[in-house]
Design a protein. Structure first.
Length: 262
């Protein structure tokens, strides 16, 4: 089992071209996790630009990625004084898997927010619950998630009716949060639509996320919610807060709802 750094590592093979070995342990039976794929894309974009952080990512998920070799293509669209924008594509078996526009740039780790709306607090971590953690491989072997029990009734066939999910997040290895890990964090929660009683695979179609601050060491807190579940589609917003109580990332995605009702 490789660590997160190795699992997201890219190797430059030419101008704007990177080889990668996609790690099947960062996925589920149906597909590799979309946040993991965005982390791989972020590694390539950061290497190509020489900038320290992935400030903004807008990713379209076109096909299911498989574990194994793949290629990342980086095409610079704009290079300015404070930021660089690139089109970044994950390609496997000569087919595009994920297309993204990624903006890279700098952030001041000591910057204090002028305004920040604090969400409702998670319960203490020892009061939160886990699920699927007894597996020796796969996503739950990589990621330590501790969920707010108030959002997990769907596990017992008692969904709360609201599309929401809340959890603590950290890797099971010694790896402090950084900009690349935030790409994984924004897509680590189970789909919020599960809490409305819609079960089954819920593939992401498009996800946009922003890095808002440099995260402090320690576990992250994830707050996921949705506004509308309709006609087989749902939206999901996620806020990521660090151990110092700062908003460090936020995302919105549109996804297909699971087809099997409770």
């Amino acid at each position: 089992m490789s660590g997160f750094g190795e699992a997201t590592a890219v190797r430059r093979t030419g101008e704007g071209r990177y080889a990668v070995a996609l790690d099947g342990d960062f996925g589920f039976e149906q597909a590799l996790n979309g946040g993991y794929l965005m982390a791989v894309l972020a590694r390539a974009a950061l290497d190509a630009s020489g900038r320290p952080y992935p400030i903004s990512t807008a990713a379209s998920f076109l096909r299911v990625a498989k574990p194994g070799p793949a290629e990342v293509l980086v095409e610079t669209r704009k290079s300015g004084r404070t930021a660089e924008v690139a089109r970044v594509s994950l390609v496997q078996d000569e087919a595009p898997i994920v297309d993204a526009l990624i903006t890279t740039g700098a952030l001041d780790g000591d910057a204090e927010p002028l305004f920040s709306e604090v969400p409702g607090r998670l319960p203490a971590i020892e009061e939160c619950v886990t699920f699927g953690g007894d597996k020796e491989d796969g996503f739950t072997a990589r990621i330590d998630m501790r969920y707010d029990p108030a959002t997990m009734g769907w596990l017992d066939g008692r969904p709360g009716g609201r599309p929401e999910m809340r959890s603590y997040f950290r890797l099971r290895e010694a790896y402090e949060p950084d900009g690349v890990l935030l790409a994984l964090a924004v897509d680590a929660l189970p789909p919020v639509v599960l809490n409305t009683g819609r079960y089954g695979w819920s593939p992401t179609v498009e996800l946009t996320w922003h890095m808002r601050a440099v995260p402090a060491p320690g576990p992250l807190a994830l707050y996921g919610s949705g506004r509308l579940v309709s006609d087989g589609w749902f939206d999901e917003d996620v806020e990521v807060w660090d151990a110092a109580g700062r908003l460090v990332a936020q995302s919105r995605q549109i996804a297909r709802a699971g087809r099997r009702p409770s």
